[in-house]
Design a protein around this ligand. Structure first.
Ligand SMILES: [Zn+2]
Length: 190
C-alpha cells in the first residue's frame, strides 16, 4: 500500500454533514495513515458552507470559527457573521449569558433530578451569540469562577510547523491571552 492517502473532499463533506455511510466510515477508521491534507480539505468544506468570505483558520465549535479578516486581524466569528472580535480575547465575554443558579432553573435542563448540580456550589452558564442566539457553549462551574477560555490556539505554529503553510501575517504576539483587557475595559467603563 502507498504511504500517502488522500480522502476525497466529497467524503469529508459527507462526514461534516453526517450523511457518510457505514462502509466509508469504517474505511476511514481503518486507514493505516492519516491523510496529510485532511485539515485543509476539511477547512475547504467548511468554507463552502458559511455565508461569508472571510478565510476560516480554525473551527472552534459547530457554528464558531477563527477567521482572518485581512492582515493583522484574526477574529472569532459566528456562522451568522457576528464577530466576537480579536480571537485572543475570550469570545464568551462578549456573549449574551444566561446563568442558572437555583435548583429550579437548573432542574429545567437536568434529568434525572439527582444529577442536578447543587445550587450555591455550582452554577450553569449558557453562552449565546448576540447576533443569532445560537448557544455556543455551556459551562458548569463554582459561582464566581472566571469565565473559562476554552481554547487559545497557537495558529502561527500550527500553520507553519504542522501544515507547512505559514500564515502571511505571522507575528510574535498572536499566541497571547488578552481576555484581561476586556474585563479591564469594563472596569474603566463601569
Ligand atoms: Zn450568530
Amino acid at each position: 500500500m502507498s504511504e500517502e492517502f488522500s480522502v476525497s473532499r466529497d467524503l469529508i463533506r459527507q462526514l461534516v454533514e453526517g450523511t457518510i455511510d457505514d462502509d466509508n466510515t469504517e474505511r476511514l477508521l481503518k486507514l493505516p495513515r492519516k491523510d496529510k491534507d485532511r485539515f485543509l480539505n476539511y477547512i475547504a468544506v467548511l468554507q463552502e458552507r458559511v455565508p461569508w468570505d472571510d478565510r476560516i483558520l480554525l473551527r472552534l465549535g459547530d457554528k464558531l470559527y477563527v477567521v482572518s479578516k485581512g492582515a493583522g486581524r484574526r477574529e472569532t466569528q459566528c456562522e451568522c457573521g457576528h464577530s466576537f472580535g480579536d480571537y485572543r480575547e475570550n469570545w464568551k465575554l462578549k456573549c449574551r449569558i444566561r446563568v442558572r443558579d437555583t435548583l429550579e432553573r437548573m432542574a429545567e435542563v437536568y434529568d434525572p433530578a439527582p444529577a442536578v448540580p447543587e445550587a450555591g456550589w455550582q452554577e450553569i452558564r449558557e453562552f449565546f451569540c448576540p447576533g443569532c442566539a445560537t448557544q455556543h457553549a455551556v459551562e458548569v462551574v463554582a459561582p464566581g469562577y472566571p469565565v473559562v477560555f476554552e481554547l487559545l490556539p497557537d495558529l502561527d505554529r500550527f500553520y507553519r510547523d504542522y501544515l507547512g503553510q505559514p500564515l502571511a501575517d505571522e507575528a510574535g504576539d498572536w499566541y497571547e491571552d488578552r481576555s484581561a483587557q476586556v474585563t479591564a475595559h469594563w472596569k474603566q467603563a463601569g
